[in-house]
Design a protein around this ligand. Sequence first.
Ligand code: FAD
Length: 317
Amino acid sequence: MFDHSQVDADLLILGAGPAGLAAAQYGSRANLKVLAIEQMSPGGQALLIDKLENYPGDLNPRSGFDFAEDMRRQAENFGAKIIGDGVLSLEKTGSLFSAVLDSGRTLRAYAVILATGASHRSLGIPGEAEFAGRGVSYCASCDGPFFKGKKILVVGGGDAACDEARYLSLLTDKVILAHRRDAFRAQKGVAQRVLENPRIEVRFNTRPVEIRGDKQVTAVLLEDSAAKKQYEEPADAVFIFAGTVPQIGFIPAAWTQGAFTDKAGYIITDQRMESAIPGLFAAGDVRASPFRQVVVAAAEGAIAAHCAAEYIDSLKA
Ligand SMILES: Cc1cc2nc3c(=O)[nH]c(=O)nc-3n(C[C@H](O)[C@H](O)[C@H](O)COP(=O)(O)OP(=O)(O)OC[C@H]3O[C@@H](n4cnc5c(N)ncnc54)[C@H](O)[C@@H]3O)c2cc1C
């Protein structure tokens, strides 16, 4: 039924973070020819984790970097190939998917797993874009060491904001964590550690409205919604953790109608991780999910690869 010379792989995996690497490992172990496409370094957001202390079975926390490196090696040991390139567009013609890459190369496969994760959401306030890289950052482990002993404002109230505030408090005792609501969204244990940390001052009902400076950030205009006032807070850096957006810019607009994505743009799947497009699976942070963690991404990657193998078998039958 198929002209197999038309395909470059059985399974294309777009993105090689924890979800993509787990899928690559499981897909290869199921004897599929697997190509994973990654625009940066394999590992995704896990590369930013200072110490991964909540991965089940890993009693001695490793850096996210070491963890991701082992995932990559494990996937490659089972035969998966990781290609360093970006995905520009994706389409499906008949039963075949084709992905066009930044390099101009086109890759065809029977099934695709979307594992492109999510990227940080910006606040869109004055000064944010202007001072990006000059005091405004979205990654504490990347940029925190530049601000040792300095005054740092952290923005957000979820796991990432709390985790990163805690990491920054190892570098300075002048961390302010501003959250627009009156309680954290973070997991209880994570939030509690921040509330008990004497090096972090928590300000609820507080959001930044402007980032100010000259060559570097020098202050942030904050708004206290409870006291209904604005005031300028001196600060050397602002670390923003205001949620994430799914990375699906290369998906055809026609697919994003109807039941393909939720309101926030995350991919909706069934329990087999299959989307509304047959043969197109999604795993990890790009998927509509109540909990975005490494262990969840890895598990979803494994399910997606297993079910993609079943799908490919049924196509070939
Ligand atoms: C600072 C921080 C701390 C965290 N701490 C923890 C923690 O302690 N424990 C925990 O369990 N989780 C933690 N997380 C969350 C965890 O890292 C994520 O849930 C997990 O990495 C999601 O994996 P993923 O593979 O779905 O997506 P990602 O890790 O986002 O990987 C997606 C990959 O796809 C690639 N990609 C995107 N678009 C394209 C494209 N067009 N072409 C090619 N490649 C593309 C990206 O470059 C990226 O490498 C943390 C996250 C952050 C940011």
